[in-house]
Ligand binder design. Structure first.
Ligand SMILES: C[S@@+](CC[C@H](N)C(=O)[O-])C[C@H]1O[C@@H](n2cnc3c(N)ncnc32)[C@H](O)[C@@H]1O
Length: 262
């Protein structure tokens, strides 16, 4: 624990404390085999975050939490590994694995330094996991190391625009004003929240992904349906219908021909 970077230590303590609040969503996620993403649960049939064919693919979920995303991947034939920084989140994941009879490897650790060899995976994915809570300068190159040439990185996180419009108290809704500088965003700590988050501008994501060895395939602005609902306080449906509150990135590790099945 003491040799973990400071932000990883802080986030471990926070997520261990908060894990109980994520059990109900975890149970819902594991019960459903119809993936739905993020704050407004936008269906996979609209977002297409998963590669078309997952059968037999090696996939790692970086910051898997309660691992419902991993359960969807496993049900689609992927050989899944989930890594998460919180033992409490993983305890929920392990219980749900037993209850649903779906088994895959779960690692308690930091997604910035994953105990797996180079080029072990075809796909790396993160939904509000490492992509929000780990240092991008560490987890993105680590994802590149873990992926085989031609492998795909997919992640979903808060949008750059929404982060610019968030009041300091991040449990109130995003405004329609720019409330913080867009340059040099990086590490963000909200005054009423003990965790450490990381947010980048689009230019900074592109630059980091490219210098880590990725080509960018898509940046998807997520838009909920007019009747969507959310349990989160930090954005209203009215806001999210006008501006993207979440963004999904798809990037491909350079170095080999793209496999048609990915
Ligand atoms: C919001 S959950 C994401 C999981 C799930 N998709 C969800 O939305 O509930 C965030 C997870 O990221 C994990 N996390 C934070 N920092 C991490 C790190 N450096 N390495 C691995 N996991 C990390 C936390 O422990 C937490 O379980």
């Amino acid at each position: 624990m003491t040799d973990l970077p400071e932000h990883v230590r802080i986030n471990r303590e926070m997520w261990d404390k908060q894990a109980a609040q994520y059990v109900a969503a975890a149970e819902r996620g594991w019960r459903s085999n119809a993936p739905a993403w993020g704050i407004f649960q936008v269906p996979e049939s609209e977002l297409h975050l998963f590669p078309e064919n997952l059968n037999g693919k090696d996939v790692i979920e970086l910051g898997c939490g309660t691992a419902y995303v991993s359960s969807w991947l496993a049900r689609r034939g992927a050989r899944v590994v989930g890594i998460d920084n919180s033992a409490e989140q993983l305890a929920t994941a392990r219980r749900l694995q037993r209850e649903h009879g779906i088994d895959f490897e779960l690692i308690h650790g930091n997604a910035e330094t994953v105990p797996k060899p180079d080029a072990s995976f075809d796909v790396a994915i993160s939904e509000y996991g490492a992509c929000l809570w780990a240092d991008p300068d560490r987890w993105v190159p680590e994802a590149a190391r873990l992926l085989r040439p031609g492998g795909q990185l997919v992640f979903l996180t808060n949008s750059y625009l929404m982060t610019l419009c968030m009041p300091p108290e991040n449990d109130v809704a995003a405004t329609d004003c720019l409330l913080r500088p867009g340059f040099g965003m990086g590490r963000i700590e909200w005054p009423n929240d003990p965790g450490v988050e990381f947010h980048l501008s689009h230019a900074d994501w592109i630059s980091l992904l490219r210098r880590s060895g990725f080509d960018i395939e898509a940046l998807i602005d997520v838009r909920p349906k007019p009747d969507a609902t959310t349990r989160y306080p930090h954005v209203t449906l009215e806001w999210a219908r006008q501006w993207p509150c979440e963004e999904a990135w798809k990037a491909r590790k350079r170095g080999a021909p793209i496999s048609p099945s990915l």
